[in-house]
Design a binder for this molecule. Structure first.
Ligand code: SF4
Ligand code: SF4
Length: 174
């Protein structure tokens, strides 16, 4: 068993989790943290510390993809043990569905459409920015929040040459 950082960390990256981990097994990407599954001792103290409720035990169903992402990038990204800069718009991203499209892995230049758009606070955001994001020239709407929200389809690629994701049927190369 291990704990896993999941989608809602993307672009929030509050980093409260790193201050409590007794074995320093968090690793830092540009807009996401991961847990090294072989270093995590399953103590669970990080889970309630996350303001974005992004940390889960891998015994929960449906976390296979996020576990694979945690394992893959924990082996590539640097360890993080102290809180650095929290994104100024972290709360604007907290709870926003569809954030998998914005995961930046650093393995390839981010496509312009995969980069994080800037969301002004609250009602200042243009309607188009509040409702979705652009991928490969197509507009992908953020799923409606609620119980019947369809999960974002996120498929990590195995090969180094073909690294990327499918999000809602559209290809995203971070
Ligand atoms: S506290 Fe949660 S949102 Fe913040 S960096 Fe850790 S996992 Fe990500
Ligand atoms: S469960 Fe414990 S060891 Fe594992 S990442 Fe969280 S704080 Fe670190």
């Amino acid at each position: 068993m291990t704990y896993v950082v999941t989608e809602n960390c993307i672009n929030c990256k509050f980093q409260d989790c790193v201050t409590v981990c007794p074995v320093d097994c968090f690793y830092e990407g540009e807009n996401f943290l991961v847990i090294h599954p072989d270093e995590c001792i399953d103590c669970g103290v990080c889970e309630p510390e996350c303001p974005a409720d992004a940390i889960r035990a891998d015994t929960e169903p449906g976390l296979e993809t996020w576990l694979a992402i945690n394992a893959k990038y924990a082996a590539r990204w640097p360890v993080i043990t102290e809180i650095g800069t929290v994104p100024a718009d972290a709360q604007d991203w907290n709870g926003r569905p569809g954030k998998a499209a914005f995961l930046i892995t650093g393995e390839a230049p981010a496509e312009p459409q995969a980069r994080k758009p800037v969301y002004p606070s609250g009602d200042e955001a243009p309607a188009a920015q509040r409702e979705g994001y652009e991928v490969d020239g197509a507009m992908v709407a953020f799923p409606e929040a609620g119980a019947d929200t369809a999960p974002v389809e996120l498929l990590p690629r195995d090969s180094e040459e073909d690294d990327g994701f499918e999000v809602d049927g559209l290809r995203v190369t971070p």
